[in-house]
Design a protein around this ligand. Structure first.
Ligand code: COA
Length: 286
């Protein structure tokens, strides 16, 4: 872990991952720009420590995952992950697989804080997994995406094929799996892989705008809403209805801010806001 300090406290990070805090946003940067942020085992271990630390760090309200330099990430490191695990023991190979699985999907998919992938450049193969497992994604229009696995003789493994099937339709997904053809941020937006694509010089500004909207929401309800959506989509209708009713009750119960009560009172009694236009006035709002 690095020894960088912010507000007198250590900042998580390591050789391959850099973290900066800025007004509630934790900027998490994959930091191997000379290797186009290819994901090595060391990077996976750093990312696991960083995500664990940020989940319980009150300087972080939203995580933005991005890459240093000209890449978001060129995918799994062909040398340090694939070749390096060819001739090692099963235990060593499992260690590498587990480290990557842990942060790329197991942790990210149900992370307790909102996550935004900010795709600043190259995004290939294995990088699709953390991209898809972030809640939201914003890309530079000229970012370049590709399921390049077919081009070097492997399948989109790890969990890439599963991940793309959750956002892309079968025709499009199979087209890119089978051809390895590249596409840009605009096309990624049309495919539903990212929420929006913006000109490169607007990327950070737009990401901050979206992060700020999230930071203004009641964090308890925001967390519950994200989790409810992610679990309910896997359920049958009857199960989802039961679960969501229970989740809604639980949300009211655990919400110390009493958002539901305030939201109703400010709209129905005080008539000071309209939910259709924005969030109710929270304590500390000016
Ligand atoms: N694994 C390991 N090393 C990688 C890498 C990867 N996925 N992607 C890039 N690198 C390394 C290159 O080998 C090179 O290392 P070197 O300086 O020691 O020679 C360095 O990063 C810079 O890459 P380079 O290819 O020179 O950069 P570029 O800007 O010309 O091209 C890419 C960028 C992303 C198009 C190209 O590097 C590429 O095709 N990478 C592989 C992408 C891929 O198939 N990923 C899927 C993995 S699942």
């Amino acid at each position: 872990m690095s020894t960088a300090i912010t507000e007198g406290r250590p900042v998580p990070g390591g050789e391959t991952v850099r973290v900066e805090f800025e007004d509630g946003i934790a900027w998490v940067k994959l930091n191997r720009p000379d290797k186009r942020n290819a994901m090595s085992v060391a990077m996976a271990e750093d990312m696991n420590r960083v995500l664990d630390a940020l989940e319980i760090d009150d300087r972080c309200g939203v995580v933005v995952l991005t890459g240093e330099g000209e890449a978001f990430s060129a995918g799994m490191d062909l040398k340090d992950f694939f070749r390096a695990t060819d001739n090692v023991s099963d235990v060593e190979r499992m260690r590498a697989y587990r480290a990557n699985r842990a942060w790329q999907w197991r942790t990210l998919i149900h992370y307790s804080k909102p996550t935004i992938a900010m795709v600043n450049g190259w995004c290939f193969g294995g990088a699709f997994t953390p991209l898809i497992c972030c809640d939201l994604a914003i890309a530079s229009e000229d970012a370049v995406f590709g399921l390049s696995e077919i081009n070097w003789g492997v399948i989109p493994g790890g969990v890439v094929s599963k991940a793309i099937s959750t956002l892309m339709n079968d025709r499009k997904a199979l087209y890119y799996v089978m051809t390895g053809e590249k596409f840009n941020g605009k096309v990624a937006e049309q495919l539903g892989l990212v929420n929006e694509a913006v000109p490169a010089d607007r990327l950070r500004e737009r990401t901050v705008e979206v992060a700020r909207v999230l930071l203004e929401k009641n964090p308890t309800v925001l967390r519950q809403a994200r989790m409810a959506y992610k679990f309910a989509r896997e359920m049958r209708w009857e199960e989802a209805a039961e679960y969501l009713t229970a989740k809604a009750d639980q949300t009211t119960f655990v919400d110390k801010e009493r958002g539901r009560e305030k939201g109703l009172a400010q709209f129905l009694d005080e008539k000071t806001y309209r939910p259709g236009h924005g969030t109710y006035k929270r304590e500390g709002d000016s």
